[in-house]
Design a protein around this ligand. Sequence first.
Ligand code: PEP
Ligand code: MN
Length: 254
Amino acid sequence: MNDLTIGNPDYTFLIAGPCAIESTEQLELILNSSHPPKIVRGGIFKMRTNKNSFQGLNEKGIDIIQELKRRHDFHFVTEVSDPRQIEKVSSITSMFQVGARSMYNYELLKELELHKKPVILKRAFSATIDEWLGAAEYLKGLGDQNIILCERGIRSFDHKLRNMLDLGSVIYLKKNAPYPVIVDPSHAMGNSQYVIQASLAAIAAGADGLIVEVHPNPEMAMSDGQQSLSLPLYSELVEKCSKLSLVLNKKLQV
Ligand code: PEP
Ligand code: MN
């Protein structure tokens, strides 16, 4: 992880990839695109609200990443929701993701603290900032720079958008907490047409990075296609975030 810039105030870092790993081809198209992500995200054990929705490729997804890592140079991050999944994916992951549904799973957090890899801790749907920071305490042994808080939109009274992107929390945390803070504009907005603007707003608010869903063929995605950026939109995102980062005296780490 030494080549990564997480928490380095001179950089904005980008994590990008599909909601769920679906196939080798899907990842190849992203890794061979004009802006191949250095940190790739992708669900292997998916936590779906509906039990009948695609649950992820599980072991087959691990094989796909293992095989791709022989040919491409990238870091990989995936969600774990059960301590038993940690060992299974640890050979392919540079960091772990704790999803919104698991932020309160303190036993999972305690187990992750033992694994010494950075953890992206997503905010639960209705968690207060104090509850979120309380969950981060369970990871304290990792060191502050390895606890990455991720604002991914919270529940509000309004249902026009998937969630409400709470950029106030980013501004607050950057002033009052020691951790890197990133934003997931995909789950916050729920629709790819709003993701670029939400990303720019997040960087302007002081976010250290973004985690964005990208799919080579969003209409065919097995999960979260509506909010996934196509590759041309992802290029546009990279170019715009890069320009904005420069204005803020930062460099974009793609
Ligand atoms: C995801 O990143 O695909 C995901 C399920 O996110 P969240 O936990 O924020 O809903
Ligand atoms: Mn998703």
